[in-house]
Design a protein around this ligand. Structure first.
Ligand code: GLU
Length: 504
């Protein structure tokens, strides 16, 4: 059987959109489940649109997710170089062949001339109906063409789309797709600087890199007609195509854009991107406290369905279960609440120490210089109560410092001056405990309450508020055990003083 080889082929024109990560993921899953090869190819032929740092960003993002290419720039492989700009010299012979065979031609129109055409007619297409009235090697005399080529100015090469044909192909997601060749434009395949355009470089490389399946976003569907023609002109077998559904805005209206992150208040990029211009700075899922496994699981389900109601899939399970036939045709709505839900499921399962390392920098930034083992214990108590790792510290400052505000409403309702002596006595007892182990703390507090015939439901909330400031939080006894009985005693004493003044 033919070896499965797939590629993820981003253009380094900015940070990698989360939709690009989904494309990479589906390619990766398909490669892994077929013992195939997952290739990273950097499509950087459009030098005007290159953005410094974008390639490094792409690689860092893939690495964070564990979607490590088998071949690619810096990853080895026998079909390199994997950066198209480094393959420039290689494309010319293929362009020459197309010209020699009458499947491509030189065009000399300037950008301004073409712009003027578009101004007259906004549906203007360089193609079957217009090419003979434009400046190219089909319409001009051989002598003039030779002169213009020699001059070297504005010499582009365009594909010559044949008239009156239905260009069709089978798409693994959409089934049979056909385009009327009369509707297609004669796209530029090589620019004046000798750099091929996306279409040319893409199919030459897919052929030379022996790509078996092209799995990419739906926005490339209409280009596929051009690609199919190019394969035919070269007499090469085309790879199989699968076009993934669009990722839609949370409202379901239109494609999710990079600006939607700021608009809706969630990340649309895998990791943060810092730019010189503030409006182009983007927060990433990583920095926003998401776990890579959770984001991958979320993305896997954004456009694919296993056919039953299982939602949680480890990457190994995805590799086993993922089926190209189950990719959906319609756009997939980006629902951040679903991403948060996935993240919560993974947080609950996550190793506490691993989580601790994830939030260690945040703790330090907030001035909490605690041992990572301590952070791990905080994570153990908090992870079920949050959706994202960054919320652990935000919602549990009482593990790191005494509360600086108290839930006054509950104090007014539950606290009475008769409790003062009891609370201080409990504080003393906690202070005198030799160890901070759970049963000891529990017996000390609850035992005292029972012994003095007090009400659990009145004393416990007040202790809790003294310790953590509010009624929210993990189990009180476990919280005291973690911050330590002396610290708890001291907070209780401080709290009692404050509560007295709140009550009065
Ligand atoms: N360079 C294209 C992009 O940036 C790749 C499209 C394809 O996979 O063919 O998305």
């Amino acid at each position: 059987m033919e070896k499965i080889r797939v590629r993820f082929a981003p253009s380094p024109t900015g940070p990698l959109h989360i939709g690009g990560v989904r494309t990479a993921l589906y390619n990766f899953l398909f490669a892994r489940q077929n013992n195939g090869t997952f290739i990273l190819r950097i499509e950087d032929t459009d030098q005007n649109r290159l953005v410094p740092g974008a390639e490094a960003y792409i690689i860092e993002s893939l690495t964070w997710f564990g979607l490590i290419p088998d071949e690619g720039p810096g990853f080895g492989g026998n079909c390199g170089p994997y950066r198209q700009s480094e393959r420039k010299a290689l494309y010319k012979q293929y362009v020459d062949k197309l010209i020699a065979d009458g499947n491509a031609y030189y065009a000399f129109d300037t950008a301004d001339e073409l712009e003027a055409m578009r101004e007259i007619d906004e549906t203007f297409k360089y193609g079957i109906h217009s090419r003979m009235s434009l400046k190219n090697s089909l319409s001009l005399s051989a002598g003039l063409v030779e002169k213009l080529i020699k001059s070297g100015e504005n010499v582009a090469v365009r594909i010559k789309i044949p008239a009156n044909e239905s260009i069709s192909f089978f798409d693994e997601v959409r089934g049979h797709v056909a385009f009327d060749s009369n509707e297609l434009d004669d796209k530029v395949i090589m620019k004046g600087d000798g750099m091929p355009t996306y279409h040319m470089a893409n199919i030459v490389d897919d052929h030379l890199m022996k790509i078996s399946h092209v799995i990419r976003g739906e926005e490339w569907l209409s280009s596929t007609a051009h690609h199919v023609l190019l394969y035919r002109f070269f007499g090469w077998e085309a790879p199989k195509f699968a076009h993934l559904p669009l990722i839609l805005k949370p409202t379901g209206n239109g494609k999710l854009s990079k600006r939607d992150g700021a608009k809706f208040g969630f990340p649309v990029f895998p990791i943060s991107w810092d730019s010189e211009h503030e409006e182009d700075n983007f927060t990433g899922f990583r920095e926003d406290g998401y776990m890579p496994e959770a984001v991958l699981n979320f993305l896997a389900m954004l456009g694919w369905s296993p056919g039953n109601d299982q939602e949680i899939f480890s990457i190994e399970e995805l590799i086993k279960t993922f089926r190209m036939e189950k990719i959906v045709k319609s756009g997939a709505r980006f629902d951040i609440d679903k991403a948060r839900w996935f993240n919560q499921q993974y947080l609950i399962q996550a190793d506490n120490l691993k989580l601790a390392y994830m939030i260690q920098n945040q703790a330090i930034d907030d001035g909490y210089h605690v041992a990572v083992e301590y952070l791990a214990e905080v994570c153990a108590l908090m992870k079920e109560r949050v959706h994202k790792a960054d919320e652990i510290i935000k919602n549990s400052r009482f593990f790191f410092e005494a509360p600086n505000f108290y839930d006054e409403e509950t104090i007014k309702k539950k606290f009475s001056l008769e409790q003062v002596d009891h609370l201080l006595e409990i504080a003393d007892k906690l202070n005198n405990l030799k160890s901070s182990d759970l049963p000891q703390i529990e017996i000390t507090i609850k035992g005292y309450i029972i012994e003095r015939s007090l009400k659990m439901g009145e004393i416990m909330p007040i202790i809790r508020i003294a310790i953590s400031g509010s009624m929210q939080g993990p189990d009180l006894i476990q919280t005291i055990a973690l911050i330590g009985t002396n610290e708890a005693a001291s907070r209780l004493k401080t709290g009692v003083e404050r509560f007295k003044s709140i009550k009065i």
